[in-house]
Design a protein around this ligand. Structure first.
Ligand code: ATR
Length: 276
């Protein structure tokens, strides 16, 4: 019998997770079905209980439930606990365990761009929301030299450093301060919602970056944000949000099935779906 998987979110109709997971199930000969579930906030607990009751194999959690789903987990993976957000749940023997594959997915997507050399790298994260938190905590474990964080609201960024600090030297900056010191960074990661569904917005100007800076945006719609276009114009090596999306999905698939899916195929499916 087919095992049920899915993604809980609101809105959810544009999620590409069903596309790539169903394809990966098929290609790996796994009897699985992955569906999008539109959940009203007040019904989140019932939705989770329902999936558990019918013997689902697991599910993803997306905006806006990554934090509010935590009380419905029976157990939390230590990294998800540190980040305070769950995007993947595994249901086994009637118990639900919450994981966070967003941050580790980002790290895996970044590794090939820097030949796996995290040591000695200076990193700037822009943003202080849930995505920044996951990426900060995962990047802090890679041995990078320093990781600063710039956000419109300084207190949110300070809280991330306080919660996730792994001994990596780190300063909290305003967006204006960050803009003036861009040349010191080897890697710049854009995690805010600025530029989402808009070709004309960017959280900061990238005029000041040095050549060959690796510049990543976690947004993938539009595929090339204004932020990335400006980075490219200033000589950066860029990465769109598609790679992080694919890697977080691949890690979730591995947790559910023990099988590493074909990430390049997942990537192509996402790009085709985005019309690129
Ligand atoms: P996510 O879970 O996707 O990270 P979030 O937690 O709502 O979403 O975080 C959104 C991020 O985008 C925050 O860093 C937010 O800045 P604040 O912490 O100051 O709210 C940032 N953001 C949203 N709109 C912004 C804007 N117009 N200018 C600058 N930053 C913005």
């Amino acid at each position: 019998m087919k095992k049920l998987y899915g993604v809980l979110g609101n809105p959810i109709e544009h999620s590409m997770s069903p596309l790539i997971h169903n394809d990966a199930f098929k290609r790996n000969g796994i009897e699985g079905d992955y569906l999008p579930f539109l959940v009203e906030g007040a019904a989140l607990g019932k939705a989770v209980e329902g999936l558990k009751a019918i013997g689902a194999g697991g599910f993803n959690v997306t905006v806006p439930f990554k934090e509010s789903v935590i009380p419905y987990m029976d157990a939390l993976d230590p990294f998800a606990k540190e980040v305070g957000a769950v995007n993947t749940a595994v249901i086994k023997d009637g118990l639900i365990t919450g994981y966070n594959t967003d941050g580790p997915g980002f790290v895996r997507s970044l590794a090939p761009l820097i030949n796996g050399q995290f040591a000695g790298k200076r990193v700037l994260i822009i943003g202080g929301g849930g995505a920044a938190r996951g990426i900060y905590c995962a990047m802090a474990k890679t041995g990078i030299e320093r990781m600063d964080i710039a956000n419109r609201t300084l207190s949110a960024a300070r809280q991330i450093v306080a919660d996730c600090h792994d001994g990596t030297p780190s300063s909290v900056l305003s967006l204006e301060e960050a803009e003036k010191s861009l040349a010191i960074y080897d890697i710049i990661i854009q995690t805010t919602s600025v530029g989402l569904s808009s070709l004309h917005e960017s959280p900061i100007s990238l005029m000041g970056i040095k050549e060959k800076t690796v510049v990543c945006d976690i947004i993938y719609n539009p595929l090339k944000t204004k932020f990335l276009r400006e980075a490219e114009n200033n000589g950066a090596i860029i990465q769109t949000g598609v790679d992080m999306f694919v890697q977080q999905a691949a890690l979730a698939f591995e947790l559910w099935t023990g099988i590493s899916p074909d990430c390049e195929r997942m990537r192509q499916l996402v790009l085709e779906n985005l019309g690129g």
